[in-house]
Design a protein around this ligand. Structure first.
Ligand code: HEM
Length: 422
């Protein structure tokens, strides 16, 4: 097979209003209708960036995530070297802030990635996360009590604002060690990032960088049982393990990765379950199914794609040869709804996946596989079980087609989710 020179035909704009308004429909079309002469692949673009190959079938996406030749950084000598920073330059972002916009762990390759990942991974193991469960349950119950009080006159409650958002943000802030008084600033940062609210990102980012540095200084003097303390202690033992800027970057990675994703997993899952009453009835009859159900809900979950990869050499993928350095976007949602892997893929079937072998790609795979998966599953399981137990008659308070979907790429989510509790 000869090396294909690179994408040429008309690319699909992943940011276009049609695509963001109907991700399930578009991703299915991209998967089932590959571009002529491009094997099983398609072409896309985003935010005015260069053309990218789009991997949409399960096997192709899995290969992009697990083949060690696919890196998260383009080769330094390739025309793609500026691809990430270029997005922010086009948004007129202050130059000094651009390096902070990359997820520190996610955007590292090779030994740098292994070193940073090791520092964080032991704090998020299944065992440590299980020990957190009573605390997650307590935060959940408190939020539910607050919603009950708010809705004592029978008025609807916005689940996103009152529950889906505060639960994960409180948990991740406690785990990382963000002090209570600083959390509103981190919320503002998370919100600005999630909505790509360009004017508000720089001030929110500057504020949180300063807060991170102050926090590190405080924990050096007064250690606590949290991740910031663990990181500054690791640095004190051996300064070559992690620099100050890397610690700040790790805090950003965790707080950003740890709340928006889980917020919308919980919100979308409530909606899915209300729309699949027969599956909800199965969960009510047998609560032991929740652990499996959150895996199936995550298969159809909010994340549409993850970061672009770049082959370190020419690589065969989906029947074509991708040239070294060409960007390839793994479309997770398309893979998770590939009928070759999941029969009747658009159907929610709460016991489709098992805890031991969940197969979906929503947490990625390979060396960058999500470090927060145990935490995200635990939060979703505790939250959904508690909500549907406390409110057996939970229902949408507005017609389905009036839900305000946020038309942004990468995530499928509604801005608000007004519900009747009783
Ligand atoms: C519904 C919830 C979540 C989803 C859908 C999700 C999704 C993902 C995906 C797809 C990746 C792999 C990215 C890639 O390969 O390019 C990833 C990586 C990561 N996630 Fe999550 N995540 C979730 C929750 C969390 C939580 C709660 C945390 C923190 C506690 C977290 C922390 C991370 C980190 C640090 C990485 C980078 C790992 C690395 O590059 O080695 N995530 N996540």
């Amino acid at each position: 097979m000869t090396a294909t020179a690179g994408p040429k035909a008309e690319p699909v704009d992943l940011l276009s209003p049609e695509v963001v308004a109907d991700p399930f429909g578009w991703y299915a079309r991209l998967r089932e209708e590959p571009l002529a002469g491009h094997g099983t692949l398609n072409l896309g673009t985003m935010m005015g960036g260069p053309d990218m190959w789009l991997a949409t079938r399960y096997d192709d996406v899995l290969q992009v995530l697990t083949d060690p030749r696919f890196l998260t950084n383009p080769p330094a000598d390739s025309p793609m070297a500026d691809i990430r920073d270029g997005i922010f330059k086009r948004m007129n972002f202050p130059e000094d802030l651009i390096p902070w916009m990359a997820n520190k762990l996610n955007s590292a390759d090779g030994e740098e990635h292994t070193r940073l990942r090791k520092l964080v991974s032991y704090l998020l193991t299944a065992r440590r996360v299980n020990a957190l469960r009573p605390r997650v349950e307590k935060i959940t119950e408190d939020l539910i009590d607050r919603m009950v009080a708010q809705s004592s006159d029978g008025s609807p409650v916005d689940l996103v604002e009152e529950f889906c958002f505060p639960l994960p943000v409180t948990v991740i802030c406690e785990l990382v060690g963000i002090d209570e008084e600083d959390r509103a600033d981190w919320h503002a940062w998370g919100n600005a990032m999630a909505t790509m609210d360009a004017p508000n990102i720089p001030p929110a980012l500057r504020k949180c960088i300063a807060l991170s540095r102050e926090l590190m200084a405080r924990r050096r003097v007064e250690p606590k049982d949290d991740l910031v303390t663990a990181l500054v202690q690791a640095q004190a033992e051996d300064p070559s393990r992690v620099s100050d800027d890397e610690i700040v970057g790790i805090l950003f990675s965790l707080v950003t990765a740890g709340h928006q994703t889980t917020t919308y997993l919980i919100g979308n899952s409530v909606l899915f379950l209300l729309e699949h009453p027969e599956q909800l009835a199965r969960l009510k009859a047998d609560p032991s199914l929740w652990a499996q159900a959150v895996r199936e809900l995550q298969r159809l979950g909010p994340l549409q794609f993850t970061q672009v990869r770049f082959p370190s050499e020419d690589v065969e993928l989906g029947g074509v040869t991708i040239p070294r350095g060409a960007p390839v976007a793994p479309l997770l949602l398309a893979a998770n709804t590939d009928p070759r892997k999941f029969p009747e893929p658009d159907k929610l079937i709460v016991d489709r996946l098992t805890v031991a072998n969940e197969t979906h790609l929503s947490f990625g795979k390979g060396i960058h596989r999500c470090l927060g998966q145990h935490l995200a599953y635990q939060e979703a399981e505790v939250a959904l079980h508690a909500l549907f137990t406390r409110f057996p008659n939970l229902s949408l308070a507005v017609p389905r087609d009036e839900l305000p979907w946020i038309l942004r790429p990468a995530f499928t989510r509604t801005k608000t989710l007004p519900l009747n509790l009783a």
